[in-house]
Design a protein around this ligand. Structure first.
Ligand code: CA
Length: 235
């Protein structure tokens, strides 16, 4: 297999646009996978581990902004946001969602490919195989998104899915306060209508597994009135 075969994940719901784009990108030598909405896009991201993502701003089920943030919380894969109007770019930039570049529809394939190569060069991933999910390690606690494993001082800590996702989100944003709303949104989805105590229950279970003294948490701390924070080690 040629090492310069790059895989691109296109997350886009506009059928006519997708068809032309896929044909064009394949002709340029890319391996192309297409997700038709935000949720499918995220699933495909985990499955194919693309070298680059072309992400439409307006998508069914989950917006491009949310998809971008979610991917950024666990990977540095280059992301190019695709917007319908140049004024939308300002919105995306203003929200600091973590995209590497932006293009406005309609665009010429040649221009897009040039930008794709540029962001991949900048990220240094153009010669790599699919970019692995970044492992996180903080103060003896490590989380491997690829293997879906957490170790505390090399001892495996089995975690149910939601607890794993919650820990991944917290560790990926270590040192930053994540509000209750953000955490609930990102783990249970924006339409979650259940008990708000669910978050606290999950935090409590996580602490029982990753804290040396769960009654005095040192890793996952409570920021009163705001949310939770994963502490970075003090030296
Ligand atoms: Ca769209």
């Amino acid at each position: 297999m040629m090492t310069d075969t790059l895989s691109v994940l296109v997350i886009e719901d506009e059928e006519s646009f997708v068809e032309a784009l896929v044909v064009g990108l394949k002709r340029e030598g890319f391996l192309v996978t297409v997700g038709r909405d935000g949720v499918e896009g995220l699933q495909l991201f985990d499955k194919v581990r693309p070298d680059l993502i072309l992400l439409d701003l307006w998508l069914p089920k989950k917006s491009g902004i949310d998809v971008c943030r979610e991917i950024r919380s666990r990977s540095r894969v280059p992301i190019i946001m695709v917007t319908a109007k140049s004024s939308e770019i300002d919105t995306v930039v203003g929200l600091e969602v973590g995209a590497d570049d932006y293009v406005t529809k309609p665009f010429r394939l040649r221009e897009l490919v040039a930008r794709m190569r540029a962001v991949m060069r900048r990220s240094g991933s153009s010669d790599d195989e699919a970019e692995p999910g970044e492992s996180l390690e903080i103060d003896g606690l490590s989380l491997d998104p690829e293997r879906h494993e957490v170790h505390l001082r090399s001892e495996l800590v089995p975690l149910p899915l939601k607890e794993f996702e919650l820990l991944e989100l917290l560790m990926g944003n270590a040192g930053r306060v994540l509000t209750r709303e953000t955490l609930i949104d990102r783990i249970w989805g924006p339409n979650y209508v259940g008990d708000t105590k669910t978050l606290d229950v999950h935090i409590k279970r996580l602490r029982a597994k990753v804290e040396d003294d769960p009654s005095r948490p040192a890793r996952i701390t409570t920021v009163r009135g705001l949310g939770y924070k994963f502490e970075t080690p003090r030296n």
